[in-house]
Design a binder for this molecule. Structure first.
Ligand SMILES: Cc1ncc(COP(=O)(O)O)c(C=O)c1O
Length: 396
């Protein structure tokens, strides 16, 4: 018998799965080229040449022990390379010992929550949220406390977060640039949040950690910059990866970084290194730790994302949809022309356009699209978007 908890959480994440299944069904009927599937956010660039060259060189060198187990925290050289980059970017000196190599950002968050949470401890999760956050908190006995971001800007509502903090709050989970909204949280908002957390810590006599999920940190547009959380929060665990920035999602390579001034930093690092083992990861992938060490400053060419983002925005606004251009990440979060965005998504599917309703991210009234689809899909979808817009009487 499957656990009731798992059955329940599978049901909760069923919107994205339903869209996926609907996509398969529609593709069988109409042919893959006639279904415009904007529902799955898979980075589709190729990794930069530094990565492929490093990979080839590492395999060719065939250094003894290349495939062996290592310390749960990862190779010291890789941790030092990551710490060096974090120090350069944030201006905060990060020792290599404060970096742990993990199985993606997802692995880093699970290690953080495994280390922080006792049963019933609370984690503030901002809506709209990446759907798996609820699992990551529940996996370790925690209770997610959902706080909605401000409508329109999708920025954290610091007063609402402050009001949600309790003596059981162990962490606040942030994600900027954000999936699904593309918002980048400005420094002023983050500093206000840091002040609110410090006040609550003082009031309750507790430590409240910010767990900052940053896999889209380098996927930014129009010259936008992402404030360095390491320079703003002290009780901070950064969870990140190269899944998006180097287009390596399948390689499952990421890291966690505990701020050197965090409360109980040493104990937390030891607990997280233990969690890597206890959760069954054992260590982050060996070869890709070596690859990252050698290509730490490599970057993907984002030109094709830039073009596709712009084209999808044009197609939508030509059709009459209102959509704020996202500053980062790989998605557009668009206001549904009817309040029931699940009904809207079904109507869109009738025009062979697949989107994810906002309820999947805990934020009804909107729908999410990814522009990680071919330019041809974006262009070919134009007629369908126009037809959907016409059904709602949107002005073009
Ligand atoms: C907001 C967010 N966090 C975490 C992840 C998982 O990242 P990783 O592949 O590095 O585990 C994703 C993947 O799509 C994501 O969108």
């Amino acid at each position: 018998m499957i656990s009731k908890r798992v059955v329940q959480s599978m049901q909760n994440s069923s919107y994205i799965r339903r869209m996926f299944e609907e996509g398969i069904r529609l593709k069988q009927i109409h042919g893959a080229g006639n279904v415009y599937d904007f529902s799955l956010g898979n980075p589709d660039l190729e990794p930069p040449k530094e990565v492929t060259e490093a990979l080839k060189a590492i395999v060719a060198e065939a250094r003894p022990g290349l495939h062996s187990y290592m310390s749960n925290a990862g190779y010291p050289e890789t941790r030092a390379a990551v710490a060096g980059k974090l120090s350069r970017v944030s201006g905060v000196e990060i020792p290599a010992a404060n970096v742990l190599m993990t199985v993606g950002a997802a692995g880093a968050m699970n290690c953080a929550f495994h280390s922080l949470l006792d049963a019933g401890d609370e984690v503030v999760v901002l809506a709209p949220y990446f759907v798996d956050y609820l699992n990551y908190v529940a996996n370790h006995g925690g209770t997610p406390v959902i706080v909605a971001c401000s409508p329109g800007t999708f920025l954290p509502d610091v007063a609402a977060i402050a009001a949600a903090l309790t003596p059981r709050t162990k962490a606040v989970l942030l994600n900027s640039p954000n999936n699904p909204t593309g918002a980048i949280y400005p420094e002023s908002v983050l500093r206000a949040l840091a002040d609110a957390l410090a006040a609550a810590e003082k009031r309750f006599g507790t430590s409240i950690y910010v767990v900052s999920d940053e896999p889209y940190g380098e996927i930014v547009f129009d010259g936008a910059t992402v404030p360095a959380t390491l320079a703003i929060f002290r009780n901070l665990i950064v969870a990140s990866s190269w899944s998006k920035s180097l287009a390596l999602p399948g390689e499952r390579i990421g890291f966690a970084c505990v701020h050197p001034l965090a409360d109980d930093a040493k104990e937390l690092l030891a607990a997280m290194a233990y969690a890597i083992r206890a959760l069954g990861f054992i260590n982050a992938p060996a070869i890709f730790q070596r690859v990252i060490e050698r290509s730490i400053d490599a970057r993907c060419d984002l030109a094709s994302y830039v073009d596709r983002r712009a084209r999808l925005l044009t197609v939508l606004s030509d059709a009459g949809f209102t959509c704020t251009p996202p500053q980062g990440a790989l998605y557009l979060f668009v206001k549904s022309p009817e309040p029931d965005e699940v009904a809207f998504s079904a109507r869109a599917a009738a025009h062979r356009v697949l989107v994810v309703p906002g309820v999947a991210f805990g934020y009804p009234g909107y729908f999410r699209l990814t522009y990680c689809v071919s330019m041809k899909t974006i262009e070919d979808s134009r007629a369908s978007w126009n037809a959907i817009a016409a059904e709602y009487g949107l002005k073009r």
